[in-house]
Structures are given as structure tokens and as C-alpha cells.
Design a protein around this ligand. Structure first.
Ligand SMILES: Cc1cc2nc3c(=O)[nH]c(=O)nc-3n(C[C@H](O)[C@H](O)[C@H](O)COP(=O)(O)OP(=O)(O)OC[C@H]3O[C@@H](n4cnc5c(N)ncnc54)[C@H](O)[C@@H]3O)c2cc1C
Length: 355
């Protein structure tokens, strides 16, 4: 590794003039406070997909910038033990795993900026990205902004996250072997998670605030017929109870308002995910649920823009699959850059402009 692998242009301060500068930045979406520099590959997102892409791009001497978000590290920062990521036979804490991803990306020369990208312009190359008033330009872009699990919004739920409250049965179900667990939700994810959890738990409560499920008929029937699943209709969680770990739920009947407590060892919130794709709305097509659409393995409708991880993948949603996607996106970007080395710049219409 060279001593100083990065060679970004110096930051240029643009004089906005006294009148403009007096306005808050948010009121001037086009305002550029400073230049963040140009890179061959910019990566948006610092979860397993983004940081794996960074490791591959950095080792290919592309000196990537990761605009990693105001909450760097991604979803694994919200969990404690990770036992299914290969290479850690004893398991590893989610935040520690992400610190190691980051250290490995930085070791090969990745520059990481812990800020959210609030605007992009993908009309011409180099692509332009803005993060809190700083503009970055890049020849290729990897979008790895992940997804956010939706939570109930209770303080007690936040306090006990990673201590019995989870949003991923595939990831955490095995920790609750022999314990009574609850799944909250009524869509396909909740039905699937409840069925999956019967492998470990003798008693799965499926808590749904309505009197019928939203999920597919076959999944509904499977859950209804399963002897290990106890369905509580018209019921919502009023509070998650427990000191250091989850011990019980206070439930509420949505029709009568009656409240009662149920002892419980673990809670799986399965009320959905929101892909973090809002910033690309005018540029990259998404499906009805907001997940970005991928062309081929990691491509997009815009040549030079690649997509990796949970921002498009609502099927696997695992750190290892997101990391694999990041690897593929970086290799695809590297090859694309090679092919484009002498190509002229082209204008790409935005979805907004076209439609
Ligand atoms: C509670 C919980 C426990 C889990 N446990 C496990 C487990 O044990 N094993 C396992 O394999 N998987 C587990 N998962 C799933 C795993 O965390 C995800 O599949 C994986 O993190 C997805 O990686 P990603 O890089 O695609 O996205 P994410 O991890 O979601 O990372 C996305 C990143 O993009 C950033 N970002 C978003 N918008 C912007 C923007 N506009 N500008 C800049 N940055 C932005 C975010 O801040 C974040 O850093 C768990 C998930 C949850 C919620």
C-alpha cells in the first residue's frame, strides 16, 4: 500500500456572496459550500454492501470515497450478536463487525465521510453528489443505501433492541431456542417469521392489530393451521417490559382497550422495511415498495451507476448477501470504468424530466 494513496484536489471554497450566504443552506438546494473532490468511484452507504464495495474498489487502486451516511455502519449497528457471518466461529457483535469492515476499507485507501447524500445529479458524467453543502463528483457510482426496518416507535422497544427485541428472525431466531417469542405484524414477513420461529420456539405468539392478515393466502393458512403459532387478533403492543432483557409484553386489545401482560423471551417486529432510496427518486426506477430496480447483477438504467445490497434486495436481507453484492458492484464498476476510459460523456434524462 502506498504511503499516501489518496490524491483529492484541494477543497475549493465558493464565495456565495453576503446575501445568499445569510440564507440557511436548506433553502438553497443548489448552493455549494465546498468541493469535496473528484473520485473514480463514489459509494453511498457504509453498511456491509458499501464497505465491501469500498474494499474491492480501493484494492483496485480506484481510491473510492464512501459517503457513509449520518448513521454509519448500517443495520448491523442495531444488533448485538451476529453468529452467521462466516469467519467468526464464536460470533461477533454487530458494531464490532462493522468497525472491522471500515478498518479494512480504510487500510486500502478509502476515504469515508459520515454524512447523508441529500441530492444527486446523474444527468451527465461525472456524476454529482451533494452532502450537507459539499459537492462530490465521481465517474462511477455505487448505491448501497440499504433499508431501514420499521419499528413500533416505543421507547421501551428502542431500549431493548438487541436485548430481546429484533427485526430479523433469520438472523436472531436461534438465540431464542426453547423460549416463548412474539412476532408483531400481519403481512407476509410476519407470517414467514412466525412460521420460521416455530423451529426454535415451542410457543410463538403472532400479534396483529387487525382481525385479518394482509399476507398471501397460502402463508396465512400455514400460520393459522400451525399448532405452534398462537394468533392474537385485534391486539397491539403497549409496552415491552424488562430491565436488561425482554421479559414480557404489555398488550392492548384494540377494540376494548383492555391491557394485560404476557411473559415473553423475545420480540420480532415484522411490520416492514423502508428502502433508503428517496434521494434517487428522480433518477432510478423503483418497485411499488420503493426498492431500486437492478439491471443484470448490479447495473441500473444509468450506465456507470451500480446498485448493491438491501436497497434493492428484499428477498435475502443478510449481511453476507449485501457484502457479496458490494463486491460484485465494485468489480462491475471497475470493468465499466476500464471500458469507458476513452468514451465521450453522454447526457442521461432523469425520470422526472422524462415523465
Ligand atoms: C435487528 C437486525 C439484526 C440483524 N442481524 C443480522 C445478522 O445477525 N446477520 C445478518 O447477516 N444480517 C443481519 N441483519 C440484516 C443485515 O443487517 C442487512 O441485511 C445488511 O446490513 C444490509 O446491508 P446494506 O449495506 O445493504 O445496508 P445497510 O446495512 O442498511 O446500510 C446502509 C447504509 O447506507 C446509509 N445511507 C442511507 N441513506 C443514505 C444517504 N442518503 N446518504 C448516505 N448514506 C446513506 C445508512 O446510513 C447505512 O450506513 C440484521 C438486521 C437487523 C435490522
Amino acid at each position: 500500500m502506498p504511503d499516501s494513496p489518496l490524491s483529492f484536489p484541494p477543497i475549493a471554497m465558493i464565495d456565495l456572496g453576503p446575501a445568499e450566504a445569510a440564507q440557511p443552506l436548506a433553502a438553497r438546494p443548489d448552493a455549494i459550500e465546498s468541493e469535496g473532490g473528484h473520485t473514480q468511484v463514489a459509494i453511498i452507504g457504509s453498511g456491509p454492501a458499501g464497505l465491501t464495495a469500498a474494499i474491492y474498489a480501493a484494492r483496485a487502486d480506484l481510491a473510492p470515497i464512501v459517503l457513509g451516511g449520518a448513521a454509519p455502519g448500517g443495520q448491523l449497528m442495531l444488533t448485538s450478536d451476529v453468529e452467521n457471518f462466516p469467519g467468526f466461529p464464536e460470533g461477533i457483535q454487530g458494531p464490532e463487525l462493522m468497525a472491522r469492515f471500515r478498518e479494512q476499507a480504510e487500510r486500502f485507501g478509502t476515504r469515508i465521510v459520515d454524512q447523508d447524500v441529500d441530492r444527486v445529479d446523474l444527468a451527465t458524467r461525472p456524476f454529482q453528489l451533494w452532502a450537507r453543502g459539499t459537492r462530490y463528483t465521481a465517474d462511477a457510482l455505487i448505491v448501497a443505501t440499504g433499508a431501514s426496518a420499521l419499528w413500533l416507535g416505543l421507547d421501551s422497544e428502542t431500549r431493548l433492541r438487541g436485548r430481546g427485541v429484533s427485526a430479523c428472525a433469520t438472523c436472531d431466531g436461534a438465540f431464542f431456542r426453547g423460549k416463548r417469542v412474539a412476532v408483531i405484524g400481519g403481512g407476509d414477513t410476519a407470517l414467514e417469521e412466525a412460521t420460521f420461529l416455530t423451529r426454535f420456539s415451542p410457543d410463538v405468539l403472532l400479534i396483529h392489530r387487525r382481525d385479518q392478515f394482509r399476507g398471501s393466502r397460502i402463508m396465512q393458512q400455514r400460520a393459522i393451521d400451525h399448532p405452534g403459532i398462537d394468533i392474537r387478533w385485534n391486539t397491539e403492543v403497549a409496552e415491552v417490559l424488562g430491565d436488561g432483557v425482554v421479559e414480557a409484553l404489555r398488550l392492548r386489545d384494540t377494540q376494548s382497550g383492555r391491557e394485560w401482560e404476557e411473559p415473553i423471551g423475545g420480540v420480532f417486529v415484522a411490520i416492514g422495511y423502508r428502502p433508503n432510496a428517496e434521494v434517487f427518486r428522480d433518477w432510478l426506477p423503483a418497485d411499488a415498495a420503493g426498492y431500486l430496480e437492478v439491471e443484470g447483477e448490479t447495473g441500473s438504467v444509468i450506465p456507470g451507476v451500480f446498485i448493491a445490497g438491501d436497497v434493492h434486495d428484499h428477498h435475502y436481507r443478510q449481511a453476507i448477501t449485501a457484502a457479496a453484492d458490494g463486491c460484485k458492484a465494485a468489480m462491475d464498476a471497475e470493468r465499466w470504468l476500464d471500458e469507458q476510459a476513452a468514451a465521450p460523456r453522454v447526457a442521461v434524462p432523469s425520470i422526472a424530466a422524462a415523465g
